[in-house]
Design a binder for this molecule. Sequence first.
Ligand code: FAS
Ligand code: PHB
Length: 393
Amino acid sequence: MHTTVGIIGGGPAGLLLARLLHKAGVDSVVLESRDRAYVEQRQRAGVLEQATVDALRDCGAGERLDREGLVHHGIELRFDRRAHRVDFPSLAQGRGVTIYAQTEVVKDLIALQLAEGGPLLFGAQVREVTGADTERPAVRFAHNGREQTLTCDYVVGCDGFHGVAREAFPEHLRRTYERTYPYSWLGVLADVPPSCEELIYAHSPRGFALHSLRSPQVSRLYLQVPAGDDPANWPDERIWDELDARFAVDGDWRLERGPITAKSVLPMRSFVTEPMRFGRLFLAGDAAHIVPPTGAKGLNLAATDVIVLARAFAHLQAAGSTELLDAYSDICLRRVWRAEHFSSFMTTTLHTAPDQNPFDTRLQLSQLDRIASSPHAAAELAENYVGLPIEGP
Ligand code: FAS
Ligand code: PHB
């Protein structure tokens, strides 16, 4: 098998890249180790920046998103029993975000890829990438019980944090930066209408809580738990009681309860590997960087990586120039570090660390009070949350 762009990983980064390349007339093959049902049901992100929405529409995956996606024009911050709404349009040049689950994005992209072509192989376990620094890189993979090789002009590792593409970078050329936070998130899905119009991010002495949603009938909620906690420690009653305590606010707001249909614990970490390119091998999405989900950046960073990369391949196709491919890593890393900083800021401002002392808590409350009282401080949060403009042509 040979293709122009070999894509490892059929998550949002790999699938969106394949669709954007298809639109630019660049052929690709997507190799995904899991089966279709698994990748479609993986509960992850829920907030899409405008650039992500535009790219999904651009590649033909916007129809259900436009019908079912919920446009939001703000978020609510809760702290010290106070509620403060951060309005996006007035603070961030009229922009907002769209609530549309990553599971739905993946379903739409898979359906499109299977309908319109471009091979997408499920159950294809990539073993390694060879020849990344040659003109003919290759991807060795196992599929249907057979060891196979895909030769490519270029390879893109969209294989997530635990993927193999990163391993093809020579150790001495790789720089990694990481931080692990001393707490995790317990994420739950509940069959109950959301008790809020917009997302609520709550700081409380008991720890962080987030009220998000998946539809007018389904709530998505998160609460800070000890690092590595076990969902089995959290029966439904305890979850609702703890959420009630953390969302506590003066006034007559009430958290509606309902049957919890899924619960899982996810770690909180920041991670960046530099550069995002070695020879003819590129990294995109979680394969190159991880952010704590507090800033709703993970999925959107993956999308903007592949938007920049698809433009670069389209430029190579149209003008025969690799100048945008050569600029890919620098352009993306600038945006990655901005998102790393914002996600770290949201995480450390809103979570209560196990060893936190009262001085730290007063600093957090002062920062939140500053956002509630200064349009400048609020604008900085709003601009980062809705997503900064993508650099490059
Ligand atoms: P992904 O990890 O989604 O996809 C990589 C794909 O590569 C997977 O399908 C995997 O099976 C495949 N793969 C791996 N190794 C392979 C190999 N050797 N051969 C072939 N295929 C291989 N972000 C938010 O913004 N908000 C959230 O609330 C949020 N919650 C999250 C919860 C969890 C548990 C996790 C892990 C992440 C969460 N994220 C969240 C971040 C998440 O949305 C990622 O940013 C997003 O999935 C990134 O997409 P990809 O880069 O495509 O990586
Ligand atoms: C979600 O809806 O899953 C979600 C929303 C905002 C976040 C994290 C997760 O910051």
